[in-house]
Design a protein around this ligand. Structure first.
Ligand code: SF4
Length: 240
């Protein structure tokens, strides 16, 4: 399960709605409110540029953020944290720089595939990419070697500020343990539930995903620590 990041990002939203009462809030909104009250703003995603976010989204596959940070720092020190430089750099050289992130040969190829796509389609500019329609971009990203739904949506949400909810293993674990969805449901079913339960809001999606990772890391471990967890009162009767 990958871990992700923190940054000093301004602004966060504590309430999904300021006018609705508990009775009219759906389960997804209630969980958000409880998580935000317990953990506060998570300040995602830590990066100096959108390109760094996109590279981080690829490097964070199957590893923790501390390792990703080391890999990103190596790329920065080599002045290689940009599309043009990564495009011209041999994969073996990239692999050596990103070694701390694990699966470095595979990830070097993935980074190169992403920058080839970015250069061919958007002349290397995430700013240019951002002006395109989200569904079109999502389709394009999913066709890039090594980019699956979670990575594509992380790039869309955190690098391009598009309103799409990121689903990860923590999200599936929390929702299934709360009997909201079956763990075996598809990525799209989980994502659809968030999209239909929340207003379409980039900041809300940003914060909520980060909060689910926070509760997953702190409490919703393979052996859950429900008694101390801020979501325990929302557990189904049978699990309390
Ligand atoms: S630790 Fe328990 S209460 Fe907390 S999110 Fe996981 S299942 Fe829910």
């Amino acid at each position: 399960m990958s871990e992700k990041p923190h940054k000093g990002q301004s602004g966060s939203i504590g309430n999904v709605s300021t006018v609705r009462s508990d009775l009219t809030m759906n389960k997804i909104e209630l969980l958000y409110r409880a998580l935000f009250a317990a953990f506060g703003p998570q300040h995602w995603w830590p990066a100096e540029t959108p390109f760094e976010v996109a590279a981080g989204a690829i490097l964070t596959q199957n590893t923790n953020w501390a390792n990703v940070k080391k890999a990103l720092n190596n790329l920065k020190a080599a002045r290689a944290l940009n599309a043009a430089r990564l495009h011209e750099m041999p994969a073996a050289e990239i692999a050596a720089l990103i070694r701390p992130s694990g699966y470095f040969t595979v990830k070097a190829k993935r980074l190169k595939a992403f920058v080839s796509f970015l250069i061919e389609k958007y002349r290397g500019s995430l700013k240019r990419m951002k002006s395109e329609d989200m569904q079109k971009l999502r389709k394009e990203l999913l066709s890039v070697h090594g980019i699956g739904p979670e990575t594509a949506d992380s790039i869309l949400l955190y690098a391009l500020e598009k309103p799409v909810f990121v689903i990860d293993a923590y999200t599936k674990r929390v929702l299934s343990r709360h009997a909201i969805l079956n763990h075996d449901e598809s990525y799209e079913v989980f994502q659809g539930l968030f999209h239909s339960s929340l207003k379409k809001d980039v900041r809300l999606y940003n914060e909520y995903h980060a909060l689910l990772v926070a509760v997953g890391k702190a409490f919703c471990k393979p052996r859950p620590l429900c008694e101390q967890c801020p979501l325990s009162k929302y557990l189904p009767e049978a699990r309390r």
